[in-house]
Design a protein around this ligand. Sequence first.
Ligand code: ASP
Length: 323
Amino acid sequence: MRRVACLVVAALLALTFAARAETFPSRPITIIVPFSAGGPSDAMARILAERMKLSLGQAVLIENVTGAGGSIGVGRAVHAAADGYTISFGHLGTHVCNGAIYKLSYDLIADLEPVALLPSNPMIIVSRNGVPAKSLAELLAWLKSRPTPATAGTAGAGSGSHIAGLYFEQVSGAKLQFVPYRGTAPALSDLVGGQIDLIVDQTSNSINQVRAGTIRAYAVTQAARLAQAPDIPAVDEAGLPGFHMTLWSGLWVPKGTPDEIVARLNAATEEALSDPAVQKQMENLGLQMPDKDKANPEALGAWQKAEIAKWWPLIQAADVKVE
Ligand code: ASP
């Protein structure tokens, strides 16, 4: 008798899940972007959301929950209901590096379910136009000749721009004074306005200002030049060989979200990334599409774990303090 009751309960639960997945989504979905509006994470999430709403048949809203290197916004998503209506947007900083920097109230692997890997881009070393250097070699000489460190804007401890800045200090031997913001959108405004000296920024954030001539670019952090910005040297030719960093992004949902819902969100993301109009917008920002064999949620999970294994020891060795 007990066995029959158990089977009935199991069947009912399976039906409820199936019905939930079939009707999903029946109301708007929110993507939590853990940095300021107008920045590179926000820009990518908004391009995706516009296209995902077509496949999902529901509005996809962006909520910017900023602060503490993106760890507050990720926490908000982790603690939301595991029903697919709240998605966590993040990147190498928020979903890898923050685990080695902050005492988080959540576990980046155990409390999140990967959905899809998103495009990536190299970092770019940019300065305010008033900095007297015209090349990376001159910039390095200028940084080292200063009595006090130059100021470098970041999106907070553990953000992409901060990790890239720390890595830059390590490979160049130059010292920087980091200035944390709630995202690189406000940092970039201050760079254009001349209030800070530098950002080791995501290319997708700075590229339009570089094109407009309001800030100066020195190099992109990969071996070869970017097709979308062929005038900007690559670090290898410009004097910091091997200073390579690619900032990738991704989507996650709270752990316990039904598999069917994760699959639905993954399919909507992949459909968006395969749309030539979306690809054009992203590529114009210097973003590179992920390989097709990395399109499933498992690939993002495996990649996130591999990145944790690579970056955590480096960050722990650098003894990063939360400002
Ligand atoms: N991705 C962040 C933003 O959108 C910046 C960063 O991580 O450096 O502002």
